[in-house]
Design a protein around this ligand. Structure first.
Ligand SMILES: [Zn+2]
Length: 453
């Protein structure tokens, strides 16, 4: 074995025994093994890979290690903007002004790691974030391989995992079913015609539901568990929502549910035509089922705002009242919604932690805010404090399916992590989130978070 091979084996062994923290590997290689710069980035990465292979018993096949696994710093001579580019990146043009970038920093200062605890990957930069032990509905130790975007790091998760493991691991509860919803909308000319439709639809539904399940859902242990009828009106148009709620044991289910409801629409249209029910329009009516909107039905969505500007005096003239009245009007409505109607509010940093798992494993190609809602909670039980996180709507299907291909790199991540099922994915997501929150809370309480020196 080459000298470098021996060094990698030795460092991997020391990471495994806890003698070297995974994020200290590069500095140990420089200081104790006299490895030249920037070769230590490659050897550090190889040592962490070796450690993961030994911990899991699997070999790296698809997660690539680039020849130069580090970034280089560049500077624009015109606007002084500083650029971090992967070493293989040949495009050294400033995106702002089009100037050719020059080197930033001299010698070793120019080089930085791609991400902390880097272990490979070209399209995503994968980090090793330690192991976490869970028990309860899932008994397992997950070996965390995460892909972070800007704003978060693997070290916080690693430290949190270390702390949680030391306290005995994380107890997890995972629901058996994952829900999905899709809504079918009909528009009628009159109330009477709509009522005729409701009667016909309710007669036909038991047979239709069975067809939908057999054709689209049973493959993933899915079923339609509820169908809701809601009547709404817009001036002279009479709406009927027929919302199908499905649930799945092994899949995310939204794509399959949508296909099933699309099929139901065709069958329902035919039945209405046969029975002489006259509708103006039939449509897959999103919104009611919450698709990509922040709805309590499936909680999807993103924030966007729009505003109009009016001088106060003009507004007072326009509304024939004082501006104070506008404010108290708004507040009485706001308090009514918040205090009387309830609502759903989320806490914690799940929106930053959970995407690292989604990005790494590619099991959910949808926007992260669809599935990254979280609540952090603390409770006192006897002499103990319970610190927990709950993810009320985690969407996941670990099978590579029609819902979105999972590439071999991501399947390799799932294998290394120890995730074979949707239930295990959910357990891992909650455990990693707990580790992150637990550590960050401590840092905040100690005044060590965002503390400028
Ligand atoms: Zn520039």
């Amino acid at each position: 074995m080459s000298d470098k091979g021996k060094i990698i084996d030795e460092i991997a062994g020391k990471i495994k025994s806890g003698e070297i923290q995974p994020w200290k590997t590069e500095s140990v290689l420089l200081e104790e093994y006299n490895i030249e710069f920037p070769e230590h980035f490659r050897l550090g990465t190889l040592s962490r890979r070796k450690n993961i292979e030994e911990l899991t018993g699997y070999k790296f096949n698809y997660i690539e290690l680039p020849e130069k696994p580090y970034l280089m710093q560049w500077r624009c001579p015109k606007d002084n903007s500083i650029w971090h580019l992967e070493a293989r990146d040949m495009d050294t043009t400033c995106t702002f002004c089009g100037s050719t970038l020059g080197p930033h920093g001299t010698g070793e200062e120019r080089y930085l790691p791609l991400v902390n605890n880097y272990i490979g990957g070209k399209e995503e930069y994968y980090s090793y974030a330690g192991q976490i032990k869970v028990f309860g509905d899932v008994d397992k130790t997950f070996t965390n391989i995460l892909a972070y975007g800007p704003g978060f790091g693997s070290i916080g998760i690693s430290v949190g995992c270390f702390r949680v493991n030391k306290l005995g691991g994380a107890e997890v509860k995972v629901a058996r079913w994952a829900g999905a919803a899709r809504n079918l909308g009909y528009v009628f000319e009159s109330d009477e015609e709509r009522e005729k439709a409701v009667v016909v639809a309710k007669e036909f539904l038991p047979a239709l539901r069975k067809e939908m399940e057999e054709k689209y859902l049973t493959e993933f242990s899915g079923e339609i568990y509820e169908i809701e009828f809601v009547r709404r009106q817009h001036h002279s148009q009479y709406f009927l929502y027929i919302c199908f709620y499905s649930r799945f044991e092994h899949a995310r289910g939204h794509g399959d549910t949508s296909s099933a409801v699309g099929f139901a629409r065709g069958r329902m249209d035919t039945i209405f035509n046969e029975k002489g029910v006259k509708y103006i329009q039939s449509i897959i009516a999103m919104g009611f089922d919450g698709d990509l909107k922040p709805s309590p039905r499936n909680r999807r969505g993103r924030y966007v705002s729009a505003q109009v500007r009016v001088p106060i005096s003009d507004y007072e003239k326009m509304s024939k009242t004082s501006i104070d009245s506008l404010f108290s009007y708004m507040e009485i409505d706001r308090q009514g919604v918040i205090q009387e109607q309830g609502g759903f509010l989320y806490s914690g940093m799940g929106g930053e932690i959970i995407p690292a798992l989604y990005r790494g494993t590619k099991v959910n190609p949808r926007p992260y805010n669809v599935s990254c809602t979280e609540n952090v909670y603390v409770e006192i039980k006897g002499d103990d404090v319970i610190f927990g996180v709950e993810l009320p709507n985690l969407e996941v299907g670990a099978a590579s399916s029609r819902e979105g291909l999972i590439c071999p790199t991501a399947r390799e991540v799932l294998k290394f992590m120890g995730i074979g099922t949707s239930k295990e994915f959910a357990a891992a997501a909650a455990a990693i989130t707990l580790a992150g929150e637990f550590n960050f809370t401590l840092l905040h309480l100690r005044g060590e978070m965002y503390a400028s020196k």
